[in-house]
Design a protein around this ligand. Structure first.
Ligand SMILES: C[S@@+](CC[C@H](N)C(=O)[O-])C[C@H]1O[C@@H](n2cnc3c(N)ncnc32)[C@H](O)[C@@H]1O
Length: 201
């Protein structure tokens, strides 16, 4: 989780209005883990790139990443996000209430599967394969050509990927998956994002 994500918006002007509103809510709730502004810019571009497709996100938080996605998305794109904490889900649902193409649901990340296949899938609160939970299978979540996004990684400096001295098997899963073509890019110093395109069966 991006510990300083919400704080990184301090003093920034010219944010898209929806992003500004989401950041205010995250701040007011004392929620620190919003995506970084640079990650948000990337989400905005990726959302625009899929046209009138389907976008999914696990872990809405207070809706900052979703606001970037919605800002970039085609007016006919459909966006779905799932958040485990009801208070966060409700706050985010209110934020997007004027946008009928954006739906926020309260529940476990796995419930997002009801809206698959996705053209763009952002894993920010489940599905990445962190802890004991296995990572999701891209075959049943993504449309061929669909793009998967995982942020808040340490920059890749060797192979296999390591985190805190151990092989990062979750990241290895994504970067080595035979049905994905994946890479990592650094969006800010010390902050990398994994991007993977599903190439189909
Ligand atoms: C890093 S924050 C999300 C930040 C948000 N996507 C943004 O860009 O501002 C992770 C969120 O995932 C939620 N979360 C964690 N586990 C979850 C699960 N199993 N199902 C749904 N949401 C979950 C947390 O409650 C938290 O709000």
């Amino acid at each position: 989780m991006t510990q300083d994500g919400t704080a990184a918006y301090e003093g920034l002007s010219d944010l898209p209005p929806l992003v500004q509103a989401a950041v205010q809510r995250a701040r007011a709730a004392g929620f620190a883990y919003s995506c970084l502004p640079a990650q948000g810019e990337l989400l905005r571009v990726l959302a625009a790139g899929i046209g009138a497709g389907v976008i999914g996100e696990t872990g809405t938080g207070y809706g900052v990443g979703l606001a970037w996605l919605a800002t970039g998305a085609h007016p006919q794109a459909r966006l779905f996000s799932v958040e485990r904490e009801p208070e966060r889900a409700e706050a985010s649902a209110r934020l997007f209430s004027a946008r009928p193409n954006v739906r926020v649901r309260s529940g476990d990340w796995s419930e997002l599967h009801a809206f698959a296949p996705f053209d763009l899938l952002v894993l920010d609160g489940g599905g990445q394969g962190e802890g004991k939970e296995p990572p999701l299978g891209p075959e049943t979540w993504l449309r061929p050509g669909g793009v998967l996004v995982i942020d808040d990684l340490s920059p890749l400096t060797g192979w296999p990927p390591r985190f805190e001295g151990r092989v990062d098997t979750a990241r290895q899963y994504w970067l080595d998956h035979p049905r994905l073509r994946a890479t990592q890019i650094n969006v800010a110093p010390g902050h990398a994002t994994l991007l993977a395109t599903y190439i189909g069966e």
